[in-house]
Design a binder for this molecule. Structure first.
Ligand code: SF4
Length: 232
């Protein structure tokens, strides 16, 4: 178990509902633009929360919250995640999973066990560029397998792309769009450079609102709904 913290948030796709956001440490990518570098580069610097104590805390909160958001880092790396979420579901709480989609076997097991109600998969760039997001090898086929599972899953699904200049451009949006054609929702987010994992990426100017609108126009060719978030 490698839970590093939690806080209140809104539960995506449960309008008006409230959730607790639970962070896992560690990741199988090292995206240079990552906004949670401490969780990725040095997860052991933060003490693990006790899983049983956190469940007891969540149980006390059930009159006030509707679910939890499982985020990170990359929570699917935790071999105890499935059992822990089983206990969360026994509390009657909904679960939203945020994942980079590189552990399709884990995702498959969670979906089969009915442990995910809302699934958000990050699409960083076109699959053939994922090697740029890590110091080690990246299995692009794993991402594609997770996308296929998500497209067939009987849960609420959202794909998300942070529009990082140099990583996300029109060809990348086309490549991703072809993979998720017909998906219910694709959220495009503006890049905010300040907390980036790689200091050099903190100097990259985000795309303008107009540029993101152009990317959204391309994305709308492929999916049912495109939402744009975080544009300033
Ligand atoms: S952006 Fe997400 S997938 Fe990339 S390193 Fe950070 S937590 Fe991992």
């Amino acid at each position: 178990m490698s839970i590093k913290g939690f806080q209140g948030t809104s539960l995506l796709d449960f309008p008006g509902r409230v959730a607790s956001l639970v962070f896992w440490g560690g990741c199988n990518l090292t995206c240079p633009f990552c906004h949670n570098p401490a969780l990725v580069l040095d997860p052991n610097a933060c003490p693990d929360l006790d899983a049983d104590a956190l469940l007891a805390d969540l149980a006390e909160r059930t009159p006030f919250i509707d679910g939890i958001v499982v985020s990170g880092g990359e929570p699917t790396l935790d071999p105890t995640l499935s059992d822990w979420l089983t206990r969360v579901k026994e509390l009657g709480l909904a679960v939203k999973l945020d994942t980079n989609g590189l552990r399709p076997d884990v995702l498959s097991a969670l979906l089969e066990r009915g442990l995910v109600d809302v699934l958000a998969i990050d699409l960083k760039t076109s699959p053939d560029r994922y090697a740029e997001l890590h110091t080690g090898p990246v299995d692009r086929d794993a991402l594609i397998a997770s996308i296929r599972q998500a497209m067939a899953a009987p849960v609420t699904v959202e794909f998300r792309t942070t529009c990082v200049p140099g990583v996300v451009n029109a060809p990348a949006i086309h490549a991703l769009g072809q993979l998720i054609r017909g998906a219910p929702r694709w959220a495009l987010q503006q890049y905010h450079p300040a907390p980036a994992l790689d200091p050099a990426w903190r100097e990259i100017a985000p795309y303008s609102a107009e540029k993101i609108a152009d990317l959204a126009t391309i994305a709308r060719q492929y999916v049912q709904e495109v939402v744009v978030r975080g544009v300033v």
